[in-house]
Design a binder for this molecule. Structure first.
Ligand SMILES: C[S@@+](CC[C@H](N)C(=O)[O-])C[C@H]1O[C@@H](n2cnc3c(N)ncnc32)[C@H](O)[C@@H]1O
Length: 280
């Protein structure tokens, strides 16, 4: 009797082969401890595609282009998309109460143009980009006179599509201050989703991008790269940070996750807080 997909467990050889493929294409490290998790995730793709086993699915993946929906579905299974608005309070306190007032003052004194370019790298479904936009709309005086560009990127095409829709569930919205909710978001008829208003979405755009590649955009004043490098090894972290550095303006700010494990890899950047760095 043929074994059912539910009985399939990935072998050590298969795990190694998949881990190599995932590492090469994303920088994410799949450790041997993730064997059961990977088996479960891959079984879902076997079920969805009707492919009989892990070896056949591996061969199938090798034939796909980077923008193939099945490749994206595979990546969605192996990546973590957890995100929500106003995640990591210290970041947003600094952004609203220190950074935005400072650049406003500098612009008033003619020391900088009224323009601001921000990259939300590995943005998942766009919650971080929406938070950035809400802080700007709420805290940067006369922000409509500024040229603001918030670029969100993620390796997941499905995530980028969701980010473009700018819709957020109640859980994702739970830390958004009430005043910001009322001014910048609209609740839908079901009462389960909030949609960002044009005042926010006019500032944002989203594109697929792999952090292992250099982004084709002009340099940014601020780069947020949070809760993604934790999944990478030192070699991939170094590569990503070098790629990001190329896209930062002088005196640019890098906002990282608190547990990213990159503090020793940020040579040449001034440390402001354990999660905040400045280019010379
Ligand atoms: C846990 S989410 C973090 C979202 C957001 N930065 C935050 O802190 O809330 C991690 C995201 O990293 C993305 N990701 C993983 N590897 C990537 C890579 N090589 N290039 C770009 N994005 C990647 C995943 O698709 C996922 O959406």
């Amino acid at each position: 009797m043929a074994a059912s997909i539910l009985d399939l467990k990935i072998t050590d050889v298969q795990l190694e082969r998949y881990a190599k493929m995932i590492y090469k294409s994303t920088g994410i490290v799949i450790s041997p401890q993730k064997k059961t998790l990977l088996s479960n995730r891959l079984r879902r793709r076997l079920k969805a595609t009707g492919i009989a086993d892990f070896d056949a699915y591996f061969k199938h993946l090798q034939t796909l282009k980077a923008d193939d929906p099945e490749w994206d579905a595979f990546l969605q299974e192996i990546t973590t998309h957890e995100t929500f608005l106003f995640r990591d309070e210290p970041n947003w306190n600094w952004f609203q109460n220190t950074y935005l007032p400072e650049i406003s003052q500098q612009a008033k004194q003619g020391k900088r143009p009224k323009s601001l370019r921000i990259w939300s790298a590995a943005c998942s479904t766009g919650d971080e980009a929406a938070t950035i936009a809400a802080c700007i709309a709420g805290c940067l005086p006369q922000f409509t006179q500024w040229k603001i560009s918030i670029v969100g990127t993620d390796i997941g095409i499905g995530a980028v599509e969701k980010a473009r829709a700018a819709e957020f569930g109640l859980r994702a919205m739970r830390l958004v201050p009430d005043g910001f909710k009322r001014r910048f978001f609209q609740k839908d008829a079901s009462g389960e989703q909030w949609r960002a208003k044009p005042v926010l979405t006019d500032m944002t755009k989203f594109n697929p991008h792999n952090l292992l590649d250099v982004l084709s955009e002009s340099p940014f004043d601020l780069v947020f790269v949070k809760n993604v490098l934790i999944y990478f090894d030192t070699a991939s972290k170094k590569k990503v940070l070098a790629n990001i550095r190329q896209k930062m303006k002088p005196q640019g700010m890098l906002i990282c996750g608190a547990a990213e494990g990159i503090s020793d890899l940020l040579d040449g950047l001034e440390r402001v807080y354990p999660w905040l760095y400045r280019t010379p």
